[in-house]
Design a binder for this molecule. Structure first.
Ligand code: HEC
Length: 136
């Protein structure tokens, strides 16, 4: 209680310190909220929403190469955003089965289950492709 009274004498300082503290805390514990993704999730009904969220979680491991939300910034790494889910799923299945081989990509697909593949394909198919973003 004494502490509370002491800081209450300097309310402005207290507020600044609190806001800064909370800001850095949330930055450490969770990724920055992406409003576009939150709206997308909210627009979906079950079971699609669950599939999307499953794909979203799995997709963290794809970000380094395919970019955030499947938008690649390097021509060696294809963008996945907005591609058809069946096309993405069959590419992933082909890498997993060894029908399609690539030194970087094949190991990524090796451990995926059918459900993982469907979830990833669904997640990336709903992302906005670069051409649509530029047109806006
Ligand atoms: C280490 C870098 C790397 C990571 C991580 C990675 N990929 Fe890839 N991915 C590539 C490269 C490079 C290609 C192009 C390979 C080729 O030309 O066959 C590719 C190709 C693909 C393709 C085929 C695209 C096309 O145009 O046919 C899909 C689908 C894909 N990746 C999905 C994923 C998913 C889903 C993940 C996460 C689970 C992932 N990748 C993680 C590097 C990566």
């Amino acid at each position: 209680m004494n502490k509370v009274l002491a800081v209450a004498k300097r309310p402005a300082l207290y507020i600044v310190v609190t806001v800064m503290g909370l800001g850095s805390l949330s930055a450490c514990t969770e990724p920055a909220p992406d409003v576009g993704q939150q709206q997308l999730v909210a627009s979906l009904d079950e079971p699609e929403r669950q599939l999307f969220e499953q794909g979203q979680l799995k997709a963290y491991s794809c970000t380094a190469c395919h970019g955030r939300n499947g938008l690649s910034s390097h021509p060696n790494y294809p963008s996945l955003a907005g591609r058809s889910a069946s096309e993405l799923a069959s590419a992933l299945t082909a890498y997993r089965n060894g029908e399609r081989k690539h030194a970087l990509m094949s190991p990524q697909a090796r451990g995926l289950s059918d459900t993982d593949i469907n979830a990833l394909a669904y997640y990336f198919s709903l992302q906005t492709p670069a051409t649509a973003i530029q047109a806006d």
